[in-house]
Design a protein around this ligand. Structure first.
Ligand SMILES: C[S@@+](CC[C@H](N)C(=O)[O-])C[C@H]1O[C@@H](n2cnc3c(N)ncnc32)[C@H](O)[C@@H]1O
Length: 275
């Protein structure tokens, strides 16, 4: 049960949010009012938002690919731009496909793919216990593992993964200080910091990908437009056939690599980017 906007003062919530610098104060006020179950809970939520917590941490959920994804405080908030990664992963996964969401955070990408692809068998893993707890609520089937990259995955998945998707941290270390406080202060450093050039975790993801991908299987990672050519080199070096896809609408860049299949061409055979 949520509060009726007539019971509480929309105006006072909007004013409090606006005074604290919220740009979308009216939208946020409506979300807070519709999520709070009591006036006391609403007061507490407004206070947390005014103190600078990300809206999604205050609400306890984020919208992603049309789903309400649970996001606990301290867990990386799924970004709108990552919907492009999830949509492309879903487009490459056929019914019954084995899909792995590495560095899953809240499990938003895996949940998005599971919702879009009937019968997809989605596995997810993350090193952060708080993220794993969240992902277990979001990814249907409960196949969510805790540990470093591939280490916790069932060995039986080797050579059998059709779609391997990883929104690994890719912010170069020196740029962490430039991030908005909502990310810098309220999201864990392990979710953001990709090392000197931002590609440290991606390199490790790519290095082991050929061991887990089925022939013809795809690895997809999110990156930035300026890092994408480096990611392409990383993919090529481990024997994947890479290409870059862009989505202007979401300002998203991803790199997709194919493990060469039976025909040995490694050419992308699926539908082209919708970006
Ligand atoms: C940028 S966040 C992305 C989370 C989620 N995939 C999303 O798009 O919302 C990166 C995630 O990678 C996880 N991570 C970082 N290093 C890792 C590692 N070595 N093994 C597993 N997960 C890792 C972090 O805990 C964090 O949840």
């Amino acid at each position: 049960m949520s509060l009726s906007p007539s019971v509480v003062s929309l105006t006072s919530v909007v004013s409090a949010l606006r005074a604290s610098g919220c740009v979308f104060a009216e939208d946020e006020a409506r979300l807070l009012i519709s999520t709070a179950r009591t006036p006391a809970e609403l007061d507490a939520m407004v206070a947390r938002r005014v103190a600078g917590l990300p809206l999604e941490h205050v609400l306890g959920w984020a919208e992603f690919c049309g789903l309400r994804v649970a996001v606990d405080a301290g867990v990386f908030v799924p970004r709108r731009r990552t919907e492009f990664l999830a949509r492309r992963a879903a487009a490459l996964a056929r019914s019954g496909a084995v899909v792995v969401d590495l560095c899953c955070g809240s499990g938003a990408v895996g949940a998005g793919v599971a919702a879009a692809v009937e019968g997809a068998r989605v596995y997810a893993a993350d090193v952060d216990p708080a993220a794993v707890r969240c992902a277990r609520r979001n990814v249907p089937g409960g196949r969510v593992y805790e540990g470093d990259l591939y280490r916790p995955l069932p060995v039986a998945l080797r050579d059998r993964v059709d779609v391997l998707v990883a929104n690994a941290p890719y912010v170069p270390t020196r740029e962490i200080a430039l991030l908005p406080a909502e990310a810098r202060v309220h999201e864990p450093r392990t979710a953001l910091d990709g090392g000197a050039d931002g590609l440290d975790v991606q390199r490790r993801v790519a290095a082991e990908a050929p061991l887990w991908l089925a022939p013809g299987g795809h690895l997809l990672v999110e990156t930035s437009a300026c890092q994408a050519p480096l990611t392409v080199e990383v993919f090529a070096r481990v024997g994947l056939t890479p290409h870059i896809e862009l989505c202007d609408e979401l300002d998203a860049t991803i790199v997709i690599g194919v493990r060469r299949g039976a025909d040995q061409t490694g050419c992308p055979t699926d539908d082209a980017s919708d970006g």
